[in-house]
Each structure stands twice: as structure tokens, then as C-alpha cells.
Design a protein around this ligand. Structure first.
Ligand code: MG
Ligand code: MG
Length: 257
């Protein structure tokens, strides 16, 4: 079932989203060689708790940490550990916070030290794909217009998209209907309505689209070992566009399509 949220519910989601954005801000200075993914997890968890929220992913389907930390060829769901960041790594940190029963969810890919040009291009294209997709987020458009725009943008740049991982509706649950795929034909299926809240999250591979799950049962890596990137915002659909809930940037808050 796809729900639309009331202004009061959106107010809670705005605060959840703000707390997620604050956790992202808090970890930025730690994207340095030698920092462990467990330290990044701890900073996120402390930031979320300090603002009266709870980490959405802790215990979700049994996930053992507050946030997901996915390095290089790990696409999503990396478990924080004593692994140290190295010069040239990229790390996607996926953060969720639950405030008064409502969730915010946002992932970002960070660079550590000097990262090669090819990988920087992958990150740039994936981040741009998020905003290209969001430019179709508007009441009356099809949800698949967002998916199509993301897919076309990524494929034009010669990258691939894993089949089995999508964005999603979000609200009192982290993952609600509908799925928000990152490719596919435009003009199909669900029509976007004012007050729908969705997480849009392009996940992109430099190489082939196939993935496999690590022996820990969580980490999802590219089968060919190629690099990955992941950018995600939680948004609410407005009559003339969308509002990003997981940002501190006032300019980003309201975008009209
Ligand atoms: Mg996420
Ligand atoms: Mg998500």
C-alpha cells in the first residue's frame, strides 16, 4: 500500500531527515586514512542519539550496526568493523534515523585522500543521476519517470546498475511501498501524489551489473570487483516538485520541477 503523509507526519520526517544530514556532516572530517568503519559507525550513532532519534538500521532485518559502511567494490550493507580506510578508497555511508516513529534515509559516497580520476567520475555521475532523477519528482508524473531518467543518465556514461536493489517508499517503516527502481521505461505504473515520501537512491557499478553477497550475509559486492557509488535522499513529493528531507542545505530544500 502506498501512503501519503500528513503535514504533521512530514514534520517528523523533516526532523528525522535533518538528523540524518547532521550525522553525515559529523563524519565528513573523519574520511581519512587510518579511521575505521567502526569509528564512523560510532560517530553516526552518537549524533543520532544526541538528537533524540534512533538509528533506523540497527536490528533492521537483524543488521548488527547503526549504519552501513561500504568500501570500494562493496555496493551496500557493509558491516562496520576494524577495517581502516586507506588513501584512494571511496566509502558509501548509508544512514537512517527514526524520530517519533518516522524515518529518514540517506547515503553518500565519500573519498579518502587521493582518489583516481576514473573513480571520481563514477561518483560524479552517480550523484548527478540522483538529481537528474529528482527533477522528475513532481505530483502527476509517473514514479517510473524518475527511474527512467536515472537509468538513461547512468547508461549514457557507460556505467551499469545492479538489478536487485532499488529505492523505496519510507515513513513509519524504513522500507515501504513502492519500490523506486533505478532504470526502466518512463510513463508506467504509480502516479506520484503530493505528500508521498520516497527514498531515491541510484546505485552504480563501474563494471558489470552482477552482484554477490559476502560470507557475512550482508555486504553486497560487485562480482567483477569493480568500484561502486551510492547517493540517496529522502524526499516528499510536492504539487510542483519535491522537498529534500535529508539535507541541511536550504537551497536544496525546495525544488520546483
Ligand atoms: Mg539508505
Ligand atoms: Mg534507502
Amino acid at each position: 500500500m502506498i501512503t501519503t503523509k500528513s503535514p504533521r507526519e512530514i514534520e517528523y520526517m523533516r526532523e528525522a531527515g535533518r538528523i540524518v544530514a547532521l550525522a553525515h556532516e559529523a563524519i565528513k572530517p573523519y574520511m581519512k586514512p587510518g579511521v575505521t568503519t567502526a569509528q564512523i559507525n560510532q560517530i553516526c550513532e552518537e549524533t543520532i542519539l544526541a538528537h533524540g532519534a534512533a538509528p533506523s538500521f540497527k536490528g533492521l532485518y537483524g543488521f548488527p550496526a547503526a549504519v552501513c559502511t561500504s568500501i570500494n567494490s562493496t555496493l551496500v550493507h557493509g558491516i562496520p568493523s576494524n577495517t581502516q580506510l586507506k588513501n584512494g578508497d571511496v566509502i558509501s555511508v548509508d544512514i537512517g534515523a527514526c524520530y517519533h516513529g518516522y524515518h529518514g534515509d540517506s547515503a553518500w559516497t565519500y573519498t579518502v585522500g587521493e582518489v583516481d580520476e576514473k573513480t571520481l567520475d563514477l561518483l560524479k555521475v552517480t550523484e548527478e543521476a540522483l538529481y537528474v532523477g529528482l527533477s522528475y519528482a513532481k505530483a502527476g508524473n509517473h514514479l517510473s519517470d524518475i527511474s527512467h531518467a536515472i537509468g538513461e543518465y547512468v547508461f549514457q556514461h557507460g556505467y551499469s546498475i545492479p538489478r536487485d536493489y532499488t529505492g523505496h517508499g519510507i515513513g513509519t517503516q524504513v522500507h515501504e511501498d513502492p519500490d523506486v527502481p533505478n532504470f526502466g521505461p518512463a510513463g508506467r505504473g504509480v502516479i506520484l501524489k503530493e505528500g508521498m515520501t520516497i527514498a531515491v537512491e541510484p546505485m552504480v557499478h563501474a563494471g558489470k551489473p552482477q552482484t554477490r553477497v559476502l560470507a557475512d550475509g550482508w555486504g553486497v559486492v560487485t562480482k567483477d570487483g569493480s568500484m561502486t557509488a551510492h547517493y540517496e535522499h529522502t524526499i516528499v513529493i510536492r504539487k510542483d516538485g519535491y522537498e529534500i528531507l535529508t539535507t541541511l542545505n536550504k537551497e536544496e530544500l525546495l525544488k520546483n520541477g
